[in-house]
Design a protein around this ligand. Sequence first.
Ligand code: PXL
Length: 293
Amino acid sequence: MYKVNPVKKVAAIHDLSGFGRASLTAIIPVLSSMGVQVCPIPTAILSTHTGGFSDFTYVDLTDTMEDYIKHWEKLELEFDCIYSGFLGSVRQIEIVSNAIDIFSTESNFIVVDPVMGDDGNLYATMSLEMVESMKKLVSKADIITPNFTEAAYLLNKPYNLEIEEEEIKIWLRELSSMGPKIVVLTSVPQSESEKLTSVIAYNKENDVFWKVSCTYIPASYPGTGDAFASVVIGSLLQGDSLPISLERGVQFITTAIKASYGFDYPKREGVLLERVLDSLKMPVMSSSYELMK
Ligand code: PXL
């Protein structure tokens, strides 16, 4: 008898930051709006995310994670995707690596968002030792979604905003040679114009590069990387192609930033997701993705 899978499931290994619309508070609404069930494995509980807030509280859940995962293993839970993001220590990275060994199957895919930094710098909670562990975790993923800063750290290359497209392709090939079939690089600077930024992806299996350009809005909001990766995952789970999934991710983040930028409130509160979640129910009407030669 065939088995119907009425709703796709994602095991999401991230922290819960109570205020500021990052990590699980961005991932759950986005994927739920796309009809995907999110099953969180929380890594830590923070009162707020760490970008722009000080004195936040932090409860580390590392010691509970192994038993939590063991319980799921005993229940023989199966997931369509395993998705990890911000991690707090080398040990947590090892636990995620173990969870991937337990839950990965022939038919699901593993997404590692190697959340480590932005704008050329590591986040305050990251160490170079964690960067080394993240390199090992990345090797177990089918898809990775580093931003330009994280890619530079994974490859030990200087962060250079003047980078040419040919060099970016070399970076993407090198990242995929670490293990992942698909590398999605975000916040890529475009040398032609400061007003543009792009997402460039490489699919090793067919040796193809895709590019989606977007207008650069001079504001950065925390949590947009988490929302972007979630839209891409939701879209792939709905059966969209890689370029359409990237397009949907870029369009959603652009829509969310535009819905937020006109309001005067602290950027650290994140984009006004609740105003734009419904746009995720719509199909992509026009696409601007390009196949890169
Ligand atoms: O959005 C990535 C993220 C996740 N979790 C925490 C963070 C950040 C980025 O700053 O601080 C706790």
